[in-house]
Write a protein that binds this ligand. Structure first.
Ligand code: PSV
Ligand code: MN
Length: 387
């Protein structure tokens, strides 16, 4: 068994990017519940994200969604984030809320609409140049609802052309990160439904293009850790959007629905070199807190990832290799599950304290008075949401 003290140097390398939209109102198509203290501006979202980082030491960057987080001066927003102790991270494009994109954006049959979709991404690259962001994350709502509705083959060609135009404008260490999702909002076909399609486009685009794996974007029963292993092997895993799901793209707290799946994924991340300073894989959350409080929801999420990362690092890979080599199926499985079942919470609490962090970030946040303060301060204005 590996000792907890042996993994702490690697554990301190963990950095998780928070989504700005997790702090605004969200809901289902049935109801969006507003709550006191919800940010009205992107600056307030960043302040909340920075609070999560202050209590956990785990979340040094915040992802923005454009146009939800558009401001006149992104340089000033960058300075604001830095003052709060965090940096701006991934820029997410959004072509899913404009009427012109009802029948597709980069895959629309009308070249003028495709041009508009490309231009939106070029504007996002301008934002990245000001925020210092590395990644442009593209998720498209493009697809069709009925067989025959669209030319699914032609749409792939248009998609390839649009992505190439966007990619050509990236510079320095900037990357295009292409996210896939097998359904929703389109229900018959989606233009980037799976890792294979995303991978095929990324290979054609070259070195700058990598795949984003959102854990909620697969059919039930999909072996996600296999996809992780494969993409890492191919050098094309760019980032994760972590969340958890029971049924569809539920966007629930990571590790809540299936902690063992999160463990299996993180084992493959570590195994494939996707963890730590030598790796370019970005670990992000993409979640919504529809009924629970959002800041504690994000704290719980990053702590879940931390706990599971610790357990993945505790896996005794030498013993596992030996068991595998000996063909001892049950021993190999036992070694694997031993790491998963190791309760690291006490060790993590002590370790946090030794680094000047609260032993229990959740309780420390709840006792801090931050929530009361934002509820008192954030009166008037329009609460942020998916608009
Ligand atoms: C789409 O379901 C998605 O996962 C994309 O990453 C979007 O940007 C995000 O959700 C919005 O929450
Ligand atoms: Mn996502």
């Amino acid at each position: 068994m590996v000792d907890f003290a042996d993994v702490t140097p690697r554990l301190s390398q963990l950095a998780i990017e928070l989504p700005s939209w997790a702090f605004g109102n969200s809901g289902t198509r049935f109801k969006v519940f507003g709550t006191p203290g919800t940010p009205r501006t992107v600056q307030e979202k960043i302040a909340d994200a920075a609070t999560v980082h202050r209590f956990t030491g785990l979340a040094p960057t915040v992802a923005l969604h454009i146009p939800w987080d558009t401001v006149d001066d992104f340089g000033a927003l960058r300075a604001h984030a830095e003052e709060q102790g965090v940096a701006l991270g991934t820029i997410n494009s959004n072509t899913f809320q404009d009427d012109d994109f009802k029948l597709g954006s980069l895959t629309h049959s009308d070249p003028k609409v495709r041009r508009k979709a490309v231009d939106h991404h070029l504007a996002c690259i301008e934002v990245m140049n000001e925020t210092g962001s590395r990644d442009l994350k593209i998720w498209l709502a493009d697809g069709t609802n009925y067989p025959g509705q669209g030319d699914i083959r032609a749409r792939q060609e248009w998609l390839a052309e649009g992505l190439a135009d966007i990619c050509a404008q990236l510079s320095g260490d900037q990357r295009l990160v292409l996210e896939y999702k097998f359904f929703e909002p389109a229900f018959y076909h989606t233009d980037v439904p799976d890792w294979g399609t995303s991978y095929a486009h990324c290979v054609a685009l070259g070195e700058r293009a990598v795949v984003c794996l959102d854990t909620g974007h697969h059919a039930p029963g999909t072996n996600i850790e296999f996809i992780v292993a494969q993409l890492l092997r191919l050098g094309k895993l760019g980032s994760f959007d972590f969340n958890s799901r029971f049924y569809a793209d539920d966007d629930l707290i990571v590790g809540a629905a299936d902690p063992f799946q999160l463990f299996r994924i993180l084992v493959e991340v570590v195994r494939g070199g996707g963890y730590g300073p030598g790796s370019d894989v970005a670990l992000m959350l993409d979640q919504c807190h529809n009924i629970e409080q959002r800041i504690p929801g994000q704290i719980r999420s990053v702590l879940n990832v931390q706990e599971m990362t610790a357990r993945a690092l505790l896996l005794d890979t030498e013993a596992l290799d030996a068991a595998r080599t000996a063909g001892d199926v049950l021993l190999a499985h036992e070694i694997f599950t031993d790491a998963f079942y190791t309760d690291v919470r006490r060790d993590l609490a002590d370790w946090r304290e030794s680094r000047g962090l609260p032993a229990d970030p959740m309780r420390a946040y709840l006792a801090s008075g931050y929530q009361k303060q934002i509820e008192a301060d954030r009166v008037g204005g329009r609460q942020a949401g998916w608009n």
